[in-house]
Write a protein that binds this ligand. Structure first.
Ligand code: MN
Ligand code: MN
Ligand code: ZN
Length: 291
């Protein structure tokens, strides 16, 4: 079985260049920001770009692309202005994904800013269902598309540091949009939040916890990252595959697991003088027994 694997690639120059960058690094899937990740606004995607992007899937032999929300939105914010703006960005990103035939949009649940877990969970769920409803109205048609909630490193006030947070959000969104919200699990974030992925026991109990709370069928994308921080350190510092605290053995369990190995793997690893995307991709393929 061939792994579905790619990295987060740049759209610098044009959206279509992302396909080229991914292909050059040996990838058969990839993740992008659809616009500037550091701003609230985004330049419209024109028709020409959309047509070229849609044609590129076939040309490059890539079936699925993943999009990631920009950094500024906070879907759990207690401040109405920030919350409203965040939901608007989510609606915009859903519509951009549809235009580019991107089936998955990854988002962090956000931070409740001291207003409490229950508040935060209800707030995120409301943002998701509200955005899905609004986007549906504007697009006029239903296409296969899912928002994926990403687990976080579990820093103070953040929602999603544990699987129960995500499960509780899904319970609410399932009432109106049962098939439109799934999960993306980041190995660096899970480890930073306290899930010990370095031992066989730790890995098995993490999987069991996920299965009991969320259910593995809801997991669509795995952000496969090693990390510079310790277990339960709440530090979000990605590291090259096998060179960090999770290490080769720990990450190998993830990519060779009978269920997890069928999911989409996206690496958000650094690019520096030690390695680039191509090298990290090759390391993971070797771990899985490919090539
Ligand atoms: Mn993320
Ligand atoms: Mn991630
Ligand atoms: Zn991270």
């Amino acid at each position: 079985m061939t792994l579905k694997i790619g990295t987060h690639v740049s759209i610098a120059g044009s959206h279509v260049k992302a396909f080229e960058r991914a292909k050059d690094a040996g990838e058969n899937t990839f993740q992008i920001f659809t616009g500037n990740p550091r701003g609230w606004s985004a330049k419209d995607i024109d028709e020409e770009t959309a047509v070229a992007f849609n044609a590129a899937y076939k040309k490059y032999g890539i079936d699925e692309v993943v999009a990631h929300m920009p950094y500024l939105p906070n879907l759990a914010s207690p401040k109405d202005e920030i919350y409203g703006k965040s939901r608007d960005v989510l609606i915009r990103e859903i519509l951009r994904c549809r235009k580019l035939s991107i089936p998955y949009l990854v988002t962090h649940p956000g931070s409740h800013g001291g207003s409490g877990r229950e508040f935060g969970i209800a707030r995120v769920a409301e943002a998701l269902t509200g955005a899905l409803a609004a986007a549906e109205e504007r697009a006029g048609a239903k296409t296969p598309f899912m928002i994926l909630l990403e687990n976080t490193a579990g820093t103070k006030n953040s929602i999603g540091g544990n699987f129960a947070d995500i499960a509780d959000i899904l319970k609410i969104t399932d009432e109106t949009f049962p098939d439109a919200v799934g999960v993306c699990t980041d190995t660096c974030h899970a480890f930073a939040a306290g899930y010990d992925l370095t031992t066989a026991d730790g890995f098995e109990s993490t999987i069991a916890d996920f299965e009991d709370t969320i259910g593995l069928e809801r997991l669509k994308v795995i952000h496969l990252n090693d990390t510079k921080g310790d277990c339960a350190s709440h530090l979000d510092r990605h590291e090259h595959i096998g060179l960090g605290r999770i290490g080769t053995e720990g990450l190998k369990r993830v990519v060779t697991h009978p269920i997890l190995s069928k999911r989409i793997f996206i690496l958000e690893t650094p690019i520096d003088d030690r390695r680039g995307d191509k090298e990290n991709i090759a390391v993971v393929k070797a771990m899985a027994g490919e090539n």
